[in-house]
Design a protein around this ligand. Structure first.
Ligand code: 2AM
Length: 194
């Protein structure tokens, strides 16, 4: 199954972002973008790709350990950015060092459990809100709309494991479905040994 580790912002925080994204939908050119489905909004920590069933028990143990080593930390959705002319995203602010550490721990947990982790991207915390449908799109008007966005703060308290079910119908524009298949509380205190 296709898996990734993520932080799932609380629904109130996603609603705040939703209000901003609703306004972007009304801008000229919005139809050239495929807007991601809101129940699936997430911050990816570590993308694993296809993971064999046999690795799951060890993966769960390792992810629980990664969560246990990490103290809860504050985060807020903040501003936005883009990957080239293809993807528009909301950014984050707050304890980004702890977020990055959690991402590194989730990545290491997956590797140690035997997941290949060969689709590596440089870590850039983001929540994708839209992707270009086909042709690359001038994202500037949308970025201007995202830039002023300031979400309220929340305390990240869980490391989530999410399954991505890719669309099989072949219907153009259909989205992957995301399903949370695991979750472990953050519990560490700073400086706790390895
Ligand atoms: P994206 O939002 O930038 O597309 C499920 O596909 C999640 O995993 C998405 O958040 C997606 O990022 C991310 N993802 C997909 N492929 C990835 C890769 N090779 N490296 C890192 N993250 C990836």
């Amino acid at each position: 199954m296709r898996l990734f580790a993520a932080v799932l912002p609380p629904s109130e925080r996603l609603d705040e972002l939703g209000h901003v994204v609703d306004r972007l939908h009304r801008l000229p050119g919005a139809d050239g973008l495929r807007w991601t489905s809101r129940p699936g909004w997430h911050l990816t920590l570590a993308f694993m790709g296809e993971v064999g069933e046999e690795l799951l028990p060890e993966l769960r143990v390792r992810l629980a350990r990664a969560a246990h080593r990490t103290p809860p930390f504050p985060l807020r959705l903040h501003g936005g950015g883009h990957f080239g002319r293809r993807a528009l995203w909301a950014g984050v602010a707050g304890d980004l060092d702890e977020l990055r550490l959690l991402a590194e721990r989730a990545d290491a947990a997956a590797r140690r459990a035997g997941v290949a982790m060969d689709e590596h991207r440089r870590y850039q915390a983001h929540l994708t809100v839209a992707r270009a449908r086909g042709e690359a799109v001038d994202l500037h008007p949308f970025l201007d709309g995202m830039r002023a966005f300031e979400g309220a703060r929340w305390e990240v308290g869980e490391l989530a494991l999410v399954r991505s079910n890719l669309p099989v119908s072949g219907v153009r524009g259909e989205q992957p479905r995301y399903e949370q298949v695991g979750g472990w509380p953050l519990a560490g205190s700073a400086g706790q040994p390895g």
